[in-house]
Design a protein around this ligand. Structure first.
Ligand SMILES: Nc1ncnc2c1ncn2[C@@H]1O[C@H](COP(=O)(O)OP(=O)(O)OP(=O)(O)O)[C@@H](O)[C@H]1O
Ligand SMILES: [Mg+2]
Length: 210
């Protein structure tokens, strides 16, 4: 599904990623671990097509990013804080975003919100959402168009115990539907119960794959 070949990224004089070589199979949950600043988010941004690598290639579903397409075709993402409009409700935010692709309508949005434990009729503005609610809305946005590939950068951030186990359940459910999921996480429990494969980054280098 994803293949990263000889990928390096240098910004200014700083080498952020060095010669990354990895592939991620379809239909699995792949974990990306490593210390703060080791390059997880940057690698994800290169895979998404948000950042162009200095050298090397990223190929997703047979298409080379930056050559055959700008972004992977069927992808949902959570990278850093999802950018919602603070003075709209959750539903209205998703409605606005769904309007860009026109793939889904009202019913799919409502259903997705309910799936992640949010009330689509809640009028509260997103700026008044708790961190965990915002995280759930981010997941709803990532999955609402039913993409084949999910790239989730620390999706458990800010979730309480119940939220974390809900999120794990959604992700396992998505895997059983054949989705490919790449997740960056610092949680030992995610490694134990969620990930089919784990790779570890250290200072921009991939140090371990299991
Ligand atoms: N826009 C940027 N310009 C220059 N350097 C950057 C930029 N963004 C990130 N970096 C640097 O790239 C390195 C990797 O950062 P990255 O965000 O990928 O780490 P991470 O593994 O995701 O860390 P964390 O666990 O804290 O999320 C860090 O040294 C960071 O300072
Ligand atoms: Mg990060």
């Amino acid at each position: 599904m994803i293949s990263v070949h000889a990928l390096s990224l240098t910004i200014g004089r700083t080498e952020i990623l060095r010669n990354i070589e990895i592939s991620f199979d379809a239909g699995k949950i792949h974990g990306l671990i490593g210390r703060n600043g080791s390059g997880k988010t940057m690698l994800m941004k290169c895979i998404c097509g948000f950042v162009r690598p200095t050298a090397g290639t990223v190929t997703v579903a047979g298409k080379q990013i930056g050559r055959d397409c700008d972004f992977p075709d069927s992808m949902g993402i959570i990278i850093e804080t999802p950018g919602f409009i603070p003075y709209y409700s959750g539903y209205r935010n998703l409605r606005l975003l769904a309007g860009l692709n026109r793939k889904i309508g009202r019913e799919e949005i409502r259903k997705t919100m309910q799936t992640v434990g949010l009330d689509p009729d809640l009028k509260r503005h997103v700026r008044k959402y708790s961190l965990g609610m915002r995280q759930r809305l981010g997941l709803a946005q990532a999955i609402m168009e039913n993409p084949d590939l999910l790239i989730l950068d620390e999706p458990m951030n800010g979730l309480d115990k119940e939220g974390v186990s809900d999120m794990r359940r959604y992700l396992l459910d998505l895997r059983s539907q054949g989705k490919t999921i790449l997740i960056a996480s610092h949680s030992a429990e995610d490694i134990a119960v969620l990930f089919d494969t784990v790779c570890e980054m250290d200072k921009g280098v991939l140090t371990q794959q299991a």
